[in-house]
Ligand binder design. Structure first.
Ligand SMILES: Nc1ncnc2c1ncn2[C@@H]1O[C@H](COP(=O)(O)OP(=O)(O)OP(=O)(O)O)[C@@H](O)[C@H]1O
Ligand SMILES: [Mg+2]
Length: 206
């Protein structure tokens, strides 16, 4: 049994709290909030089981945080993932949402837009889909050469009954492009508007 303490807390979304793995600083453990249905938590896990045979060595970069299975913790069942960290500082990478709201962000908007395009291409090429594509679910990893890689940390999967996109490149491309358009993941000003509206509507987690 892994003992998670308050000091291990990293951040949270609507469904889960995210903690440092107490025994491995390259991993994090996510724990479902009590009010969240277990079924909801397993949607993403089941998708990870579907994609676990993908040859990650063929990826241009590891564009999603890998899932490493379940563990028992003092706070209930935990789901273990790779922790996304900046190479420059070894700090946990901030999300795209953090950078959107930063006064003096260290990267220009164009840099993020280019990185989003690289993320999109990887998703198309490797047929990995993200249903919940949002700024808070994408970590921005800073590399040693001061370039960035966008890494999806939450929201992987799709609910297609007949998963043509899993089988055919044409459908994969259409699916990913549609998702980026619907989520407005093509411009940072569109993302800022989205977040502003969410805050105006009273959302605390945006
Ligand atoms: N693998 C990771 N590496 C670094 N930070 C992470 C990682 N996973 C999650 N985080 C941080 O923890 C936050 C919450 O995690 P996560 O998005 O998985 O929770 P959630 O409740 O499923 O979110 P949502 O409300 O979007 O459904 C993220 O927004 C991010 O800041
Ligand atoms: Mg999230």
């Amino acid at each position: 049994m892994i003992k998670i303490k308050d000091e291990h807390y990293i951040s949270e979304g609507l469904a889960r709290k995210c903690y440092f793995h107490p025994n491995d600083n390259n991993l994090c453990i996510k724990i479902g909030k009590p009010e969240v249905e277990v079924e909801h938590l397993y949607k993403e896990i089941n998708y990870f089981k579907k994609i676990e045979k993908k040859k990650t060595s063929k990826f241009h970069y590891q564009f999603y945080a890998e899932y490493h299975g379940e563990v028992e913790t003092n706070r209930g069942v935990g789901f273990v993932y790779s922790l996304v960290k900046d190479e420059t500082s070894q700090n946990i990478s901030l999300t795209l949402r953090h950078y959107l709201e930063m006064k003096n962000a260290p990267f220009k908007d164009d840099v993020f837009v280019e990185a989003l395009d690289r993320l999109k291409q990887q998703m198309i090429t490797h047929k990995v889909f993200v249903g919940d594509l949002r700024a808070r679910n994408i970590c921005c990893k800073i590399l040693l050469d001061n370039s960035i890689e966008l890494v999806v940390v939450d929201g992987l999967g799709h609910r297609d009954f007949l998963p043509f996109a899993d089988w055919f490149g044409f459908f994969a491309k259409k699916k990913v492009e549609r998702r980026f358009l619907r989520s407005k993941m093509y411009s940072l000003s569109a993302q800022r508007d989205l977040i502003k509206r969410m805050r105006e509507n009273g959302a605390t987690i945006v």
